[in-house]
Design a protein around this ligand. Structure first.
Ligand SMILES: [Zn+2]
Length: 420
């Protein structure tokens, strides 16, 4: 893919989907990039405190050394985002869950290679009064200090438009390189492990996180597909990095994906009882049932969690569906979903209604057949045992790989992909 081609498709994606990923990329601080594997040499965040009240709230992070930072605000929902060079967070497991003053909650983590982020949810519109980093002095560690005061919504929104005018880094996030397409006619399967970095996804009571489980499974599936020799495989992420939803879609389109498989693991609150087994989702404006609606909403929150600006996004699946309806993409997506259910029936646990639909943003590529698979429930003990078992992962990856074969065989035997 030439640079020009990528730029063109990116622009097309931005028009179709809203410039969400670009907004995220823009907000990344111009900090010195460090390779992620050098984590032992990274600056550390060792403690965090929130003080004050609804009139003025101070947020302080203790650091092992002074670092560069950039802070800005986002609307709908109200958030404050602090971008930092990559740091290691050594904070207590409950850090971020306590509300105090203007801060409802906060979270932190990797937003991309070389960059970490802290996202604060605020009770209402706020102004960043001060934000600065201090060197260690007088027996105190280096610190990051953020002061917030409440303001009205109109002033808040005008601050945001000013912030957006100032140039942050405008370079788009370089996606992971896909295998070279030019001379290789094999179909490209894009695997999309959900969540990552600052966004953990769902969490088991025993601490396992969706982002880790789905990455592990995606790697197993990638290896299985590659070993068959029939497909090229690219992954939207192959490490613990956050990727905005629109960037995942753009990645699949820019690399000419023939099939897009988003991989997740669900969880339901204990009070809602038990659920088990895998479910396959395709895109639809109207959710097939209440559970599908809940799930689509939860999965679409990934960008909010990571501090991506959603106001630039149309937020409406309907327009994309009009476009989709004119293409074979939707039919192909359903065909693949059926093949998946057929294969998984024999090898894995399936949910009692295994084929559903909902308004998942990650499934909105108009020209790449896309499904989202929820492998099972992190909240269900027996499912979790399977999800984290290498034997189950291998067996399920084999079933998925078989479904990919079922999906492509008629077309590969014919005149080529998409031509029949
Ligand atoms: Zn998920």
């Amino acid at each position: 893919m030439t640079v020009r081609g990528l730029t063109f498709i990116s622009a097309l994606g931005a028009v179709l989907l809203g410039n969400v990923a670009a907004m995220a990329a823009e907000s990344v601080v111009n900090a010195v990039r460090k390779p992620a594997n050098a984590t032992e040499s990274l600056p550390q965040a060792t403690d965090v405190r929130v003080g004050g009240d609804d009139k003025q709230t101070r947020f302080v992070v203790d650091l092992s050394q002074k670092i560069n930072l950039a802070a800005f605000t986002l609307a709908d929902p109200y958030r404050v985002v602090i971008d930092l060079p990559q740091i290691t967070f050594k904070l207590s497991a409950k850090a971020g869950e306590q509300a105090r003053g203007l801060v409802k909650a906060f979270r932190y983590g990797l937003i991309m290679q070389g960059g970490s982020r802290i996202v604060l949810d605020t009770k209402g519109p706020v102004r960043i009064d001060k934000v600065f980093a201090l060197d260690a002095a007088d027996g105190q560690p280096a610190r990051l200090v953020l002061d917030l005061t409440p303001i009205d919504r109109a002033s808040f929104l005008s601050t945001i438009s000013l912030e957006n005018r100032s140039p942050r880094s405008s370079s788009a996030k370089p996606s992971e390189a896909a295998p070279q397409a030019a001379a290789d006619p094999r179909p490209l399967i894009v695997l999309d492990p959900g969540h990552g970095g600052i966004d953990n996804g769902t969490k088991a009571a025993s601490g396992e996180m969706e982002k880790d489980v789905v990455l592990q499974f995606a790697v197993t599936l990638r290896d299985k597909l590659e070993r068959s020799g029939k497909y090229r495989v690219a992954m939207t992420r192959s490490d613990d990095t956050f990727i905005p939803l629109a960037e995942r879609v753009r990645f699949a389109r820019a690399h000419g994906g023939a099939l897009f498989v988003s991989i997740h693991a669900d969880a339901i609150p204990r009070r809602e009882g038990q659920a088990e087994g895998a479910t396959i989702y395709t895109l639809s404006e109207h959710a097939s049932d209440a559970e599908a609606a809940r799930l689509a909403e939860a999965e679409n929150k990934a960008d909010v969690i990571a501090g991506v600006d959603l106001t630039a996004e149309p937020g409406d699946v309907a327009n994309i569906l009009v476009d989709l309806a004119q293409r074979e993409t939707k039919t192909y997506s359903t065909q693949f979903a059926r093949a998946l259910v057929g294969e998984l029936k024999a090898t894995a646990r399936l949910h009692k209604n295994p084929m559903k639909a909902g308004g998942f943003k990650v499934l909105t590529a108009p020209d790449v057949p896309s499904v989202l698979i929820e492998l099972g429930y992190m909240s269900t003990k027996d499912d979790l045992k399977l999800l984290t078992s290498p034997a189950w992962q291998a067996k399920t990856a084999a079933a998925l790989s078989q479904a990919v074969d079922t999906f492509f065989t008629p077309r590969l035997a014919g005149a080529g992909r998409g031509s029949n």
